[in-house]
Design a protein around this ligand. Structure first.
Ligand SMILES: [Zn+2]
Length: 1092
């Protein structure tokens, strides 16, 4: 699954200004006030968080905190034992589902029969499985299947019989060799139902067309059945149903459990739900769509809804003939339903063994474009991209890149794509970015469809990224699946890494690994919060799962995997990956299994024999946060002291985290060495607190550590080396955009926590004063300035900040002619958009009048579809028009939002509407989020700006809590945390912080599932308030001195000094030791261990 645009925008929200354009990885261009934090831990932390809230509200000081709720040694509740109640027992294991559904979109209902082949590995007397919001009929049946060996004509599929063979290799105690036969038997034995018997015939007919006969063989076949009485069906906790049997199940015997059920096609965005759109004739059309990840398959049919219970599925759907039904597998037959004129059954082929969360079906009147590719094992795979008919012309890009990606991934993963078709479908109402259902990938319209006539590079990139991500899951996630949600990061981190690899392959001009590094730097900011969590964190029950879909799982996971790749080499990494996929295909694995496969690969490389991949990676995946590596050079001897410490923005970090040590691969180079000689491979290791390395570089050369920003850590240097790096940066000696960005980002963030004087960080920003053409350097520089912009905004010094920004933007704006010329390529378009947006932010008269003129030109058109604004600059024009304007601008855009049928137009507008500064408009928008704004856009209305917007959103939320809560939690588990973050994500005053705390306390019962979001909001606010108090005045002074000419000119080789800013490193209350400015400050405490 990919996160939705809004959901990704929590990225580093502690450092972004809300009105900043943020270039989300998978979203359209959006305004980052759409702060929709979703990372929350559920139940285990509940008591803990409530404790914190209680403690805050009752004004206890942190040091005096009671231990009633909060266990300092276990901030993430990692030591809590699993609740015995909520996971399914593993005594009974499914191997096959025959699922027959009748769907009635007009009446929003469905009914179904499911026949589940199960086996018991213990003589249990009850069967426990999942069902949610379904009525289960009392006519449930359980039959024991009795087999005997007879001679038979063995039927084998023409294609991919390998898939069936592999199933027997699974680690589950499921022997599936007889289930293929039992399937047809299921139908034969249930002849009491006419529907089923009809179906049975069809299945047989189908089998004939799909199979070839092989020589006579001895085969186990079905002989008889015996009914087992079900005494009762009870509803258990945690969406479970318990069937109590008259007699215990025998082990290693197939049973078939038959359940009939009914349900409602929901109005939410999970389970089996209804989506709608208005066609070109103005008629409202309905679709039936599924979104099962993580735990909603159980609301569509009774099942064992945990990822390790893999099984094969054979699905049939009854539906009106005017509608197309799609599912994971190919359609193998269709037949009219005599008793229901105008209706038909669509029967889908039997699936490979897969997890319930990957099952999917969609009913629609959509059209498709079609292509195909030939897989590694020489099978022609048809590919279709489906959309509502009006948007079919926008499916070209997707249909063009999908075969290229699939074909490339077959090489990357060393295995063919396993199914015999691939459908991609754009759903009008969709919560996340996209979902990787095996063979039927579902998308938001804006993440699958690209309008070539508008040709907005960002839209195109988002489509490429989302497709690349979901297709990577077809192997990593679908073929090999995490055993339990604790290892969700394996699925998501890997798919996230491979999405960049895939897009880089098909669109090399986009420099995707620069984007990767930029996204990593953004994440490093939020991963430094006090209550950040490890990528691998225990999930005890289902209520916690949705909170795992956060940037820690996605982006940090991807970074750790990439760090491993560069540490062991591309060749070994690829080898290990192929071993892993082959060893675990059709099965479930844990992170240790991946590390073991990598170890198997690295054994062939003598230079890696001493490396324990498991030990190395455990320090990164099982510990929260990340380190800063302090580098102190001895310029006489050439020896370099290297030390690691937790990097955190917390004044009072947890002792447990302070004590953490990571196995850190250290790569380094002289920064003036030719880039061709730079290597990201570690030349040294830091495993203890401290080590000394001899680095043979000249004392006048700058040392650069963590080459290419591959390692997941920050680097701080001694003062002299910072000076050398700064000179190299400003003289143009540093060419790599990643290195430039990394130095700026590290300097700013070290300064933020008092480990580096701010004058260094601010001084580095002058490196762009004579022009800088890299979009990545500007992205990082402006992201860091955005933190200052937001925090200084209400101080008198903000005017000097604006003037300073005008100075550093001026030259490059001139070089791109203020965006008035057509961009020379996509990267140029990304850069211009960011620069011009900032030009408007700092209220340059040119920018404001240009934006106004652009907007006015549009409003004068008779048809709003005639939009003369250059497409790639529309977001910033809308944003500026709303910010500077009033009701007229709002009403015009609102009208376009309501009347446009183009999803790209709608989402661009709704993402910008909350940037209005008018109270009445903001409140109107918040009210509309509860009524007329369509489901998937509603949360965007809450991405308001501080202080007016956030203040109003807080008022509105507090006053209408029950209504807002009901509206957003009904949609899915991700929306409501985003709403709360929109209102409370940009707190800069103590008064607002207490407001947040009392809000949280008052509604604690309902807010329990988003306890981690609340905790991070409190961490962010606490840090921000403290920062403003400490830094606002001296930094304002620095800007004032600079713009009034009191600081040395930017071309000077010396750093501007910042006398007025106290060197907080020397009086920091943080436990983190600094290395600046005195090189002798390296601690040599007894606990420091040396290791290389
Ligand atoms: Zn995913």
């Amino acid at each position: 699954m990919t996160l939705s645009n809004s959901r990704q925008q929590f990225l580093a929200y502690e450092s972004q200004t809300p009105d900043d354009i943020h270039y989300g990885r998978k979203g359209g261009i959006f305004v980052s006030n759409c702060i929709c934090a979703t990372f929350i831990i559920f139940a285990i932390v509940i008591a803990v968080i409530v404790g914190v809230i209680v403690h805050f509200v009752t004004y206890f000081k942190v040091a005096q905190k009671t231990v009633d709720f909060w266990d300092e040694t276990e901030p993430f509740g990692q030591s809590s034992g699993p609740s015995p109640d909520l996971r399914l027992p593993t005594d009974v294991v499914p191997s096959f589902y025959r699922l027959k559904l009748k769907t009635d979109l007009d009446n929003s209902t469905f009914s179904g029969d499911v026949f589940i082949t199960i086996r018991a590995n213990r003589g249990v007397r009850d069967i426990i499985l999942h069902a949610k919001n379904l009525s289960i009929n009392s006519n449930a049946k359980l039959t024991e299947q009795i087999y005997e060996k007879v001679e038979t004509l063995r039927s084998t599929k023409v294609k991919r019989d390998v898939a069936d063979a592999n199933v027997t290799e699974t680690s589950q105690n499921v022997t599936t060799d007889v289930t293929p036969m039992s399937v047809n038997d299921t139908n034969v034995t249930t002849t009491d139902s006419t529907v089923v018997s009809t179906d049975s015939n069809v299945t047989q007919a189908t089998t004939t067309t799909q199979t070839v006969s092989k020589p006579v063989d001895t085969e186990i076949t079905h002989s008889a059945v015996r009914s087992i009485r079900i005494l009762s069906i009870m509803k258990g906790t945690g969406d479970r149903i318990i069937l109590v049997l008259e007699s215990p199940l025998k082990t290693n015997i197939d049973y078939i459990l038959q359940l009939s059920f009914e349900g409602v096609i929901s109005n939410s965005l999970t389970g089996f739900y209804k989506s709608t759109y208005t066609n070109s004739q103005g008629e409202v059309r309905n679709l039936g769509v599924t979104q099962f990840e993580p735990t909603s398959a159980r609301s569509a049919f009774p099942c064992f809804d945990e990822p390790a219970f893999k099984a094969k599925f054979e699905i049939s759907i009854a539906h009106p003939q005017t509608i197309t039904a799609l599912s994971n597998m190919k359609t193998v037959a269709q037949e009219p339903i005599p008793e229901m004129p105008g209706w038909q059954w669509t029967h889908f082929d039997r699936s490979v063994s897969m997890s319930t969360y990957l099952v999917a079906y969609v009913l629609s009147d959509f059209k498709s474009l079609e292509t195909s590719y030939t897989s590694k094992d020489n099978v022609t795979i048809p590919i279709k991209v489906w959309t509502r008919p009006e948007l079919i012309s926008k499916a070209n890009y997707a249909i063009n890149i999908t075969p290229k990606l699939l074909s490339y991934y077959e090489d990357v993963f060393g295995l063919p794509y396993e199914l015999d078709k691939m459908d991609l479908i754009a759903i009008p109402d969709f919560s996340s970015g996209a979902m990787e259902n095996w063979g039927l990938v579902t998308f938001r319209e804006t993440t699958l469809l690209f309008d070539e006539t508008q040709n907005v590079p960002r839209d195109k990139q988002n489509v490429a990224i989302d497709i690349a991500h979901e297709l990577a899951h077809q192997w990593f996630g679908n073929l090999v699946t995490m055993r339990w949600w604790t290892d969700l990061w394996l699925n998501e981190g890997f798919a996230t890494y491979i999405e960049y690899v895939g897009v880089d392959k098909i669109e090399p001009g986009w420099d995707m690994f620069e984007s990767f590094s930029r996204d990593k730097m953004d994440l490093l900011r939020s991963d430094a919060l006090k209550n950040t969590s490890p990528v691998s964190r225990k999930v005890v029950d289902a209520s916690e799962i949705s909170q795992k879909f956060d940037e820690i799982s996605y982006t940090k996971g991807a970074n750790l995997i990439r760090m491993l790749n560069h540490t062991i080499s591309e060749e070994m990494f690829h080898k290990g990956l192929v071993i892993y996929l082959n060893d675990w295909k059709y099965s479930n694995a844990e992170e240790t299994d991946l590390w073991q496969s990598m170890s198997k690969a690295t054994q062939s490389d003598p230079s890696l024999r001493d490396l324990s991949v498991v030990d190395f990676m455990n320090t990164w995946t099982k510990q929260a946060g990340y380190p800063v590596v302090n580098v102190n050079r001895n310029y006489k001897t050439g020896s370099v002291e290297i030390e690691q410490r937790l990097f955190t923005t917390a004044k009072d970090p947890y002792q447990k985290m302070i004590d953490q040590l990571w196995h850190i691969p250290i790569s380094y180079t002289a920064v003036d060495a030719p880039v061709s000689q730079w290597s990201t491979k570690p030349q040294s290791w830091l495993k203890g607190r401290f080590t000394i390395v001899d680095i043979p570089i000249n004392s006048t050369q700058a040392l650069y550590v963590n080459v290419g920003a591959i390692g997941y850590y920050r680097v701080n240097y001694d003062q002299t080396n910072w000076q050398l790096l700064s000179e190299a940066l400003k003289s143009g000696q540093v060419k790599s955009p990643i290195t430039k960005s990394q130095l700026i980002d590290d300097a700013f963030n070290l300064a933020k926590v008092g480990q580096l004087n701010y004058s260094y960080a601010l001084g580095l920003t002058t490196c762009v004063i004579n022009g800088e053409s890299s979009k990545m350097v500007w992205d990082q520089l402006l992201n860091n300035m955005a933190f200052l912009r937001h925090n200084l905004r209400w101080t008198s010094g903000y005017l000097y900040f604006q003037d300073y920004m005008k100075i550093i933007l001026a030259e490059q704006l001139k070089q791109v002619n203020y965006g008035l010329d057509k961009p020379k390529d996509d990267n140029d378009a990304f850069l211009i958009e960011n620069l011009v947006m900032w030009e408007c932010y700092v209220e340059s008269p040119r920018c404001l009048s240009w934006a106004k003129e652009q907007f006015d030109n549009w409003t004068k058109q008779e048809d709003f579809n005639n939009n003369p604004i250059p497409s790639y600059l529309r977001s910033l024009v809308y944003n500026t028009a709303l910010r500077q304007g009033g009701r007229k601008e709002f009403e015009f855009l609102w009208n376009v939002f309501l009347n446009s049928t183009d999803p790209t137009v709608k989402s661009l507008i709704i993402n910008n509407l909350p940037s209005s500064r008018e109270g009445a408009i903001i409140t109107t928008l918040l009210e509309k989020s509860l009524s007329e704004i369509p489901k998937q856009y509603a949360v965007a209305a809450w991405t308001v700006e501080p202080p007016v917007g956030t203040r109003l959103a807080q008022d509105f939320l507090i006053k209408n809590f029950d209504q807002v809560y009901a509206k957003f939690t009904d949609m899915d588990a991700f929306m409501f945390p985003a709403v709360v973050s929109g209102a409370f994500g940009f707190i800069t005053t103590e008064e607002e912080l207490s407001r947040l705390k009392s809000f949280a306390l008052k509604n604690k019962e309902k807010l329990k599932p988003m306890s981690q979001t609340l905790q991070k909001l409190v961490d962010t606010a606490t840090f921000r308030i403290d920062w403003i108090q400490k830094n606002a005045a001296p930094i304002n002074q620095w800007f004032k001195d600079y713009v009034t000419g009191k600081l040395p000119s930017p071309s000077s080789s010396t750093l501007p000094t910042l006398d007025a800013v106290p060197d907080v490193s020397t009086n920091s209350t943080s436990d983190v030791t600094t290395t600046v400015p005195d090189t002798t400050a390296i601690p040599t405490a007894a606990d420091n261990t040396t290791s290389v």
